[in-house]
Design a protein around this ligand. Structure first.
Ligand code: FAD
Length: 266
């Protein structure tokens, strides 16, 4: 029995081969597409699609909405689920960056009980998710954003392309912290902690002014350093991924600060 949600992964894998295992379609279970408040988190049912993320969740989850906006085409976004992307364990999934930067968790259910796992730990490597054969992903628990989140991505072309790498940057002005997550450069999402700490320490939290060029350069080089283990494949060499991630990180940090400064000036 194969579980199917949006089918954009399952059906691609099945293409051209005789259907062997029967499909268990979760897409018509209403509870799977529900979004509920759970304390400081939003609980997204495993059936929540990218279109839902873009159209209904941009306020509380701007990072997920920004990442979802870059996924594929409208037709794919209407069907594909955020949880499905995690189960496929694509280390360059756009949503993984948004979930990792916000310390989101995956809720896994089986008849014996429920457990939660950090989204970044759930994706263990290409095609390897931390999911037992008798478990279903039932929800994603995502903390409501307390500041701007920006996402920048580079792919082989500008539309309908998976990320060669992508970077999410979240600002938390009340806590004076910065979080960064890079996807596509390693077997799972990377949080470059030295870059996070440097960006927080260098930030003008009181004046709310965006970082200067020098600070952006240092930030970018710390992201570059954190990706020493970047991998190479036909879509990009390790050197390219490190340089691209460094440039995307600078761009995303500047964009997030631009939003914060605009909010402060309004
Ligand atoms: C043309 C195209 C372009 C794409 N472009 C992008 C892109 O730009 N960026 C990007 O990040 N991704 C991209 N993708 C990948 C896409 O995001 C994923 O295919 C999608 O998110 C998977 O979700 P789904 O609901 O369709 O999963 P399905 O195909 O239904 O399922 C995928 C896998 O997850 C399992 N599964 C699904 N739901 C559950 C559950 N609740 N519990 C347990 N197991 C479950 C299934 O059994 C299957 O193994 C693209 C895909 C296509 C086809």
């Amino acid at each position: 029995m194969v579980v199917i949600a949006g089918g954009t992964g399952v059906m691609v894998e099945r293409n051209g081969t005789p259907a062997d295992a029967p499909l268990l379609d979760l897409s018509r279970v209403d509870a799977f597409a529900a979004v509920d408040r759970d304390g400081p988190m939003l609980r997204l049912g495993a059936g929540v699609t990218y279109t839902q993320a873009v159209e209904a969740l941009a306020g509380p989850l701007p990072g997920l909405a920004a990442a979802a906006r870059t996924v594929a085409s409208r037709q794919i976004r209407n069907r594909a689920t955020v949880a499905g992307a995690l189960v496929l364990a694509d280390p360059s999934a756009d949503a993984l960056a948004a979930l990792a930067v916000s310390d989101a968790e995956v809720e896994l259910s089986r008849t014996a009980g429920v457990r939660r796992v950090a989204a970044s730990a759930f994706v263990r490597g290409p095609g390897k998710a931390d999911l037992a054969p008798d478990e279903l992903v039932t929800a994603l628990l995502v903390p409501v954003a307390d500041g701007p989140v920006a996402y920048a991505k580079v792919g082989a072309r500008n539309a309908m392309a998976r990320a060669v790498c992508g970077v999410a940057v979240a600002l938390h002005p009340a806590r004076r912290t910065v979080r960064v997550a890079v996807v596509g450069a390693a077997p799972t999402a990377v949080r470059p902690h030295a870059a996070e700490l440097d960006a927080a320490a260098a930030a003008d939290w009181d004046g709310c002014s965006p970082p200067e060029a020098d600070a952006l350069r240092v930030f970018g080089s710390l992201v570059f350093e954190a990706l020493g283990e970047a991998h190479s494949d036909a879509r990009g060499s390790a050197a390219y991924r490190r340089r691209a991630a460094s440039a995307l990180a600078r761009r995303a940090l500047a964009r997030a600060w631009g939003e914060l400064a605009a909010e402060a000036a309004a």
